[in-house]
Design a protein around this ligand. Structure first.
Ligand code: BGC
Length: 874
């Protein structure tokens, strides 16, 4: 797509000179939550931002707005496919244009340092190279179509606990080789037009500062050393100072108007604390962004925005389906249980196991005919978790559940039954209007009474549910909000009410106080991230043969967060008597036994994977392990599907004949799963992270700050590198995935692309080229992700045992031979030398391992490096 030439910096600087200080400073903070101010004198119209990276949410101006919901980034990473990532970037650009969005806040190139990280699903991988390569492709796809990426969260913001307060402590070498690496790579390969500074801070031994004030990393590294020309945007409400952030390298304080910028910033310039040339530079960076995205016209004129593209289109749905299906990772497939052959097509039936294994209960029994009945089981079969929670959330334009997808794909004569097998949510659901009555009017629901400082009622609202999280629909005179309702409990037995409030609260039942407190920690957590949930406190209520009506009052003092909306939060949740999952599990197991095939979908949900908090354990929530075990025992032809973005422990994995990781698959979930189960698409995904077998093996089990510090003491040994260093066996290693076929790795040849160490990108430029010959030896056409790992010499510096240095995807027909061309950049051989402040290539003998995963290495070549030059090892 050809776009008009951008005005050069001299011309932009001339324009900036026409503005006085106040007018310039006004442009450096948002006009609102998502928009920057316009300035007709510069030809600048308002630049609009919106969250990614699972789609483009939009500005919420229209509450009914929906959008295309893509698979979460860890699913995209599992494709290891840059072409797909670039096409997805194109789709995001179109979605953004449709919503008048110029800047998509993504991709996220923080790393999966710990599997418990709340935003793990939003990150691509535990590996810097895989992350950087896919993110660069996505950014290209976005920006090719004139929509800016905003690469985030710069840098070492890899967990959520106390996220606005912690400082990541890591040495400069670790920062350079691991956490800065994907940012550097994306900058070099795709030139994102904006970058977001994180909430957290970094202490690299040279400077310790919050990232919005970190002059060393923002100014010296990002802007001066790497030549980043766009604006550094603060994470939302991350700006904590006027002078330190302005001088530290922050360019745009979002959202706005940020009270610490604006007039205080102009005043700091007048007082000589901030050089006005810095302000000019910030405006220049903003104008470059505006020019790239079509928001900069001639001075005095407003550029006419191009017409919003029509859609969403069927083609877009198809791409989302393709990414979701191709990213699925087939972890196990005993006796080729998958793909399924429904409805009597003998030819495609699973290969029967050898005679002597037929008694083995966990091998699939051969069906006399094609499959005629399928039991779809599991909490996530009934309520799929399609996307992670938090700012990445997109209200989807449509969703295809696993059930809908399978129904649409299975022949009509195949019976499909659906069974939840128990709820996996740990928090009971919100009370609904079915049990709630406003005592004043008799209307269904809960009424909020707004009270002033003297206790006089100054307003009110009614809502049909027990969810009053972040309620702020009241005026400045309101000091307390009292929620009042009458609860109708009909079922005899013990009902459990679970109530969670933030700040000062009191709860009465039939006029008697049952709970009271002042949850300061709750306030802190919510301010840290509004996605956090308050602590729930339980009340048991006994109901006899007669229904009980209970008057419930929740008295909340308004929380004053300073600068943002005053709010109250109360969650009123309820579990009726006898809500245990075991009856449902037994019913599901019986259904599995009666069906030809059982498909069990287990996984996480909105209580587990979200921005705002880190997990405290890796277990599947609820009783899902019991469910899987019961179903496996009931039907040996069981396919277990894991619907999760981040690792969960699968203690029964070795017993599951077929195991498929389906990620957080986005809106086309059901079609994608059906495509894979029925063999229309190969699940060609490979794990972008290591799946632990046991919690105690996990190299970095948590990221809880100690004295405000998250200590990256493991250094450069992240993810699979740490598993290799510890000599530990995961459940499934980084890079693993089976697909439909098998591969023989025949040979590898190494040639040198150049000897210079002056690299344009950590992943590109000079280094070695590898030619790998391989043959598809299986029964079907398929794709392979050929991976190369560099094993540095074990002397001198503490280096990873092996590190991923390159990969390539290839396709071949059954029986066909193919060639994979891989590039190993010089950077893969280098270490950051803190002494000289530069990269160096330690001499010695390096082994290059080529294979299917970090633990399935099939071929090896050796090279020696001597004074920065490569030689074929003899
Ligand atoms: C998140 C960012 C997001 C921003 C705007 C923050 O809480 O950390 O990733 O872009 O909110 O929603």
């Amino acid at each position: 797509m050809s776009r008009p030439a951008l005005p050069d910096d001299t011309e932009l600087s001339d324009r900036i000179r026409t503005l006085d200080l106040e007018s310039k400073v006004r442009l450096l903070t948002g006009a609102s939550l998502w928009r920057l101010p316009a300035e007709p004198r510069l030809g600048l119209s308002a630049v609009t931002m919106s969250d990614g990276p699972q789609g483009v949410r939009g500005t919420g101006d229209d509450p009914a707005e929906t959008g295309l919901l893509a698979p979460a980034p860890s699913a995209l990473a599992a494709t290891w496919n840059t072409e797909l990532a670039e096409r997805l970037g194109n789709l995001f650009a179109t979605a953004a244009r449709r919503k008048g969005v110029d800047v998509v806040l993504g991709p996220v190139v923080n790393l999966q340092r710990t599997p418990v990280a709340g935003r793990h699903f939003e990150y691509f991988s535990e590996d810097p190279l895989l992350t950087g390569t896919l993110a660069a492709a996505l950014v290209r796809g976005l920006q090719n179509r004139g929509v800016s990426a905003c690469l985030k969260h710069f840098v070492a913001n890899d967990s959520e606990t106390d996220r606005t307060r912690y400082r990541s402590r890591l040495d400069e070498r670790t920062l350079r080789e691991v956490y800065l690496a994907p940012f550097e790579q994306v900058l070099a390969e795709a030139e994102p037009w904006s970058v977001m500074a994180a909430y957290s801070g970094v202490d690299d031994g040279i400077e310790s500062a919050p990232m919005t004030e970190n002059a060393r990393l923002l100014r010296e590294v990002l802007k001066e050393e790497w030549g980043f020309a766009g604006p550094v945007v603060s994470d939302w409400a991350a700006t904590g100072s006027t002078v330190a952030s302005a001088v530290g390298g922050l360019d745009l304080a979002m959202p706005g108007p940020e009270p610490l910028w604006g007039e205080p910033l102009a005043e700091a310039v007048r007082a000589g604390e901030v050089d006005e040339r810095l302000i000019d530079d910030k405006v220049l960076r903003l104008l470059r962004l505006a020019a790239h995205t079509g928001r900069l016209g001639e001075p005095g004129q407003n550029p006419v925005p191009s017409a919003a593209p029509a859609g969403p289109t069927e083609e877009e749905f198809r791409l989302l389906r393709e990414v979701a299906a191709r990213g699925m990772v087939l972890l196990r497939n005993q006796g080729d249980l998958l793909p399924l052959a429904p409805g009597g097509s003998r030819a495609a039936l699973p290969v029967p196991p050898p005679e002597d294994l037929r008694h083995e209960p966990h091998l699939p029994r051969p069906a006399p005919d094609g499959i005629r009945s399928v039991a779809l089981i599991g909490p996530n079969a009934v309520t799929p978790y399609l996307q992670g929670g938090g700012s990445a959330f997109v209200p989807a334009v449509r969703t295809v559940s696993f059930e809908d997808g399978l129904r649409a794909a299975l022949p009509e004569d195949v019976r499909l039954s659906v069974h939840r097998g128990g709820d996996s949510r740990l928090r009971p659901p919100y009370l609904t209007d079915a049990r709630l009555t406003d005592p004043g009017t008799g209307t269904a629901g809960v009424r909020a009474h707004h009270l002033d400082a003297d206790g006089n009622q100054v307003g009110g609202r009614i809502r049909p549910s027990g969810d009053w999280s972040g309620y702020s629909d009241f005026g400045p005179e309101t000091h307390r909000v009292v929620l009042r309702t009458v609860l109708t409990l009909t079922e005899p037995g013990t009902h459990r009410l679970e109530i969670g409030c933030v700040g000062r609260y009191g709860v009465t039942v039939d006029g008697e106080e049952v709970l009271a407190g002042d949850d300061d920690r709750g306030v802190e957590l919510i301010l840290d991230s509004t996605h956090n949930n308050p602590t729930l406190r339980g009340i048991d209520l006994e109901v006899g043969p007669q229904p009980r009506r209970i008057a419930l009052d929740v008295d909340l003092t308004v929380v004053e967060p300073g600068g943002y909306d005053r709010f109250v939060t109360a969650q009123l949740r309820h579990a009726p008597p006898g809500s245990t999952p075991y009856e449902e599990i037994a019913e599901a197991a019986a259904a599995a036994q009666a069906a030809d095939v059982a498909v069990v979908v287990v996984g996480t949900n909105e209580e587990v994977e979200s921005e705002g908090w880190d997990r405290t354990a890796l277990d599947l929530p609820g009783h899902q392990n019991d469910l899987v075990r019961k179903v496996l025992a009931a039907n040996p032809r069981t396919i277990v599907v894991v619907n999760a973005g981040a690792p969960v422990l699968l203690p029964w994995a070795d017993e599951a004949p077929a195991l498929l990781w389906a990620w957080l698959p986005g809106q086309e979930a059901g079609h994608a799963l059906a495509d894979v189960l029925l063999g229309r698409v190969e699940p060609s995904g490979r794990l972008p992270w290591t799946l632990p077998a046991r919690a105690e093996d996990v190299p970095v089990p948590d990221a809880v700050p100690r004295d405000g510090v998250v200590d990256y003491g493991e250094g450069v040994h992240i993810g699979h590198r740490a598993w290799d260093k510890g000599g530990l066996s995961p459940a499934f290693p980084f890079g693993h995935g089976l697909g439909w076929t098998r591969w023989a790795y025949e040979s590898v040849a190494v040639s040198q692309s150049s000897v210079s160490t002056d690299l344009p990108s950590p992943a590109g430029g000079d280094g070695l080229n590898l030619t790998v010959e391989l043959t598809n030896t299986g029964p079907r056409a398929g794709g392979e992700v050929v991976q190369v790992y560099v094993e540095p010499p074990r002397d001198g510096v503490d280096r990873p045992v092996r590190l991923l240095a390159g990969f390539a995807t290839v396709q071949a027909a059954a029986g066909a031979r193919t060639t994979a061309d891989l590039h190993v950049p010089t950077r893969a051989f280098q270490v950051w030398d803190a002494g000289t402040g530069g990269w160096r290539t330690p001499s010695g003998r390096y082994r290059l391992h080529v294979g299917r995963s970090s633990r399935d290495l099939r071929l090896t070549a050796e090279v020696t490096v001597d004074a920065g030059r490569f030689h074929a090892a003899r």
